[in-house]
Write a protein that binds this ligand. Structure first.
Ligand SMILES: [Zn+2]
Ligand SMILES: [Zn+2]
Length: 354
């Protein structure tokens, strides 16, 4: 179990209320910004006091509630929108990136994010027709029944319509040090949850801003998706290992609550995925020829499948696909066909015949 340092955040979580705006370290504030109709409830936006203004890490969803919560948080931290010089984005999901453009409009701040996320902005939020076509192919590959394909294919369109696309001013690469007066922040590229996901590390302050890459209670969705690299879970696990031995006293995540013991949490997450890989391999051994969708339905989920909304069902199937890629890369399974693909176990070579 990780050690929760954000005790006020955890208490608020248990009481189902929004946590307070808090000064979490010298020069660092956390501002909870509500997310509409979502079990994550809020995103934690971080305000960094600079020698010449403030920087924000992430921004919140583009809704009236989020906008006023962000402004109230800025005021409580002793600042205002006009002080914001820079918005660093961990990744372009709407809860982290949705308000970035509006903040820039009001303050003249720059928006900075990773090129791999910048590259998919247009297709994700502006011209989505190509995306839908590829998503349909992925659903067919997975063996989603034809009757469910349209609903799952369009599952995230309602969300997308609530995001205004803001092109970045600055692209941040792994190892870059954004120009923030008084800070030594280092960019760490952690692909997996999104292809350009970033964490931000301050060696002198021993802090890690972990976005959605490392959360204290849940694991982020890491899924094969039309906008993901071919092995997102492999990338994710590798990026986790990269973080494990950083000199960090406290992790400041994008959701839930602050915690210590980064290495402990990394180990827990790796154990979770090893367990999932074993579970999926077992399902395929029990039912050779099974599809990805049928595999997804055979797994245990945190709540009854029929109560899971369609965009989360699709994300769950994407997670299954991400595990299947690893099992296939390591020659534990193989697939035949593509519409849909059928998965089979690969028998380990019989040692007695050697
Ligand atoms: Zn996310
Ligand atoms: Zn998030």
């Amino acid at each position: 179990m990780v050690q929760i340092t954000g005790t006020a955040q955890k208490e608020a979580w248990d009481l189902h209320v929004l946590p307070p705006v808090e000064k979490v370290a010298p020069g660092v504030w956390s501002i909870p910004v509500p997310i509409p109709n979502n079990p994550l409830r809020y995103v934690l936006v971080y305000l960094l006091e600079l020698d010449d203004g403030v920087a924000l890490i992430d921004s919140g969803w583009d809704t009236a509630d989020a906008w006023s919560a962000l402004q109230a948080g800025l005021a409580e931290a002793g600042g205002s929108l006009s002080d914001v010089a820079s918005v660093l984005i961990t990744h372009i999901h709407p809860d982290h990136y949705g308000l970035a453009g509006r903040i820039r409009q009001e303050s003249g701040a720059t928006i900075a994010l990773h090129p791999a996320d910048a590259a998919i902005l247009q297709a994700r939020y502006a011209d989505t027709s190509g995306l839908l076509e590829k998503m349909l192919e992925l659903l067919q590959y997975s063996g989603v029944p034809e009757s469910s394909q349209p609903e799952l294919n369009l599952a995230s369109m309602a969300i997308i319509s609530q995001v205004s696309m803001a092109a970045p001013d600055i692209l941040l690469e792994h190892g870059d040090r954004p120009n923030l007066a008084g800070w030594d922040l280092e960019v760490i590229w952690t692909p997996g949850h999104s292809p350009g996901h970033l964490c931000f590390y301050s060696e002198s302050r021993k802090l890690l801003f972990s976005g959605d890459h490392v959360l204290p209670r849940i694991t982020p969705n890491v899924a094969v998706h039309t906008q993901q690299q071919s092995n997102p879970l492999g990338d994710y696990l590798q990026a986790l290992l990269h973080l494990a031995y950083l000199n960090v006293d406290e992790v400041l995540p994008g959701h839930e609550y602050r915690f210590a013991d980064l290495l402990e949490r990394v180990n827990e997450i790796i154990a979770h995925h090893s367990g999932r890989l074993a579970e999926i391999e077992q399902v395929i051994q029990n039912k050779p020829g099974i599809t990805a969708w049928e595999t997804t339905l055979s797994l245990t989920w945190s709540r009854p499948w029929d109560t899971i909304p369609s965009f989360m069902q699709r994300a769950a199937n994407g997670e299954t696909l991400a595990h299947l890629v690893i099992l296939e890369n390591h020659n534990h399974i193989r697939h035949e066909g593509t519409h849909p693909a059928h998965f089979y176990p690969v028998e380990p070579p019989d040692k007695s015949e050697r």
